[in-house]
Design a protein around this ligand. Sequence first.
Ligand code: GLN
Length: 212
Amino acid sequence: MRIGVLALQGAFREHLDTLHAIGVEGVRVREPADLDGVSGLILPGGESTTMRQLIERWGLRQPILELAERGAPIFGTCAGMILLAREIAGDEPPTLPVLDVTVERNAFGRQLDSFEAEVPVPILGDRPVHAVFIRAPIIERTSPEVDVLARLDDGRIVAVRERNILATAFHPELAGETRFHRLMATMAAEHDDPGEGSGRRPHPTRRGRPAR
Ligand code: GLN
């Protein structure tokens, strides 16, 4: 199995290293042909505005949307989560609106530019995730289709899943955390080889909606 990592900008190397650590082949994705044969895609942290422009420039928007619509897992961390959000607070256009949430960029302000926290993520087991937040976004709104996977102590949402779309406001890959990548690899394996009665439900097509 091969998992793609969008490698246009930002913290993609750490995702490749994390995939390597769990024995999954990671491939750098810079142009549409790099998506051939991948079973899923990771969108790393970085600068979401820059990544949006590069995604457009390299013609990656449509191929990534098609991968998501086929039901392959897509995992966005931090800026990657912003790219997946249907709505961004303020007046910014969405990039790959396959995750029905509203995010606020740089939601922790200047004082809390970067911080680390132990965040419980029940679907990953009892041990909390050591989460690194860097000029992180927050999830302000989720639709009923979206499962909340993690919240901060104050209740703010920092990790979600909507069918094959997984997103965290923080960077698990910067703290040696492998469980999100393992979860994604499991989702990719199920997508590649859906077992009997697995109830495979690809992400619904949203092509009809204007991309604002
Ligand atoms: N602040 C960045 C943005 O809004 C995200 C930061 C990150 O990915 N660590 O795009």
